[in-house]
Design a protein around this ligand. Sequence first.
Ligand code: NAD
Length: 313
Amino acid sequence: MSAPLNSRVIVPPARIGFIGLGRMGHPMARNLARAGYGLVAHDVDRDALDRARDATGAEAPESLKATAERCEAVITMLPDGDAVRAVVLGPGDCLLAGFPRGSVLIDMSSSSPLGTRGLGARLAERGVAMLDSPVSGGVRKAADATLSIMVGGDAQIIARCRPILEAMGRQIFITGPLGSGHAMKALNNYVSAAGLVAATEGVLAAQRFGLDPGNVVDILNASTGMNNSTLNKFHRFILSRAFDSGFSLDLMVKDLNTALEVARSTGSPARLAEACLEAWTEAQAALGPGLDHTAVVRYWEKLAGTELGKKRD
Ligand code: NAD
């Protein structure tokens, strides 16, 4: 029998629904199964669902309604907040039709915080709690259960769900009320996207001035210009031309839009964020959909007429 959400005895949910078993959701669900949680899985992509069932032994009922009925907590790991709302509210088959009172939705997707607040209010009317709990660290840290996890919402619900989050991440940061985790995540990705562009422009200009790009990245990494992209992305995904970090350019553009939404809704200056969004959106249009976000450097290469790492003819 599940503990009521306002119970003083904190008992983590035993069976967890997991919706969205893509690049991130699959390894996160696998870690929950390893930690001993029973899983109920759902994905619109049949192959992704079958792979997750094989890896986790998850049940996979035919409907979202049945998924919600069987679980005390449901995690969503979907592309964006619109997809989360569709899964939770419908139209048609949806989690809300099956959620027992006292259950909790944990949205681990990178969703818009304003939409999250609205969704939380709709769920609260039906006695369902919500946490926003996005993650950072990418596919590798999802696989190792070392994600950094931000979580917003009611403190008692967070305490109850904490063991679930700890099965997937190493550092759990409580950010404040519902929506604060999603705001933090979008702003983190803005800072990350700006850092990637700053490094791309610096390395390209250095190469065109005659320096070796690999050497430039090594020097940045030993100097004050170092950032996450110079440390973890340039050699591995960019200069190698592998462009396979596992995080898509389309999702980064979505996150930049969300970060701007947060800045605008709070009347905060965002001159660099505006320029960053514009440049990434242009790159997305020029390069086409479905690319890894590290491939964004190809747009700067096109503008420069220079390929990173390639000698000029
Ligand atoms: P993905 O595209 O690989 O996976 C999304 C999954 O959701 C897919 O399997 C898709 O079939 C499923 N899906 C989409 N709409 C659905 C619906 N209506 N019902 C059921 N299933 C549906 O994306 P991802 O890279 O795993 O990212 C998921 C979320 O995590 C995004 O919000 C992203 O911004 C965030 N994120 C990604 C990374 C990364 O490195 N990939 C890192 C941190 C955060």
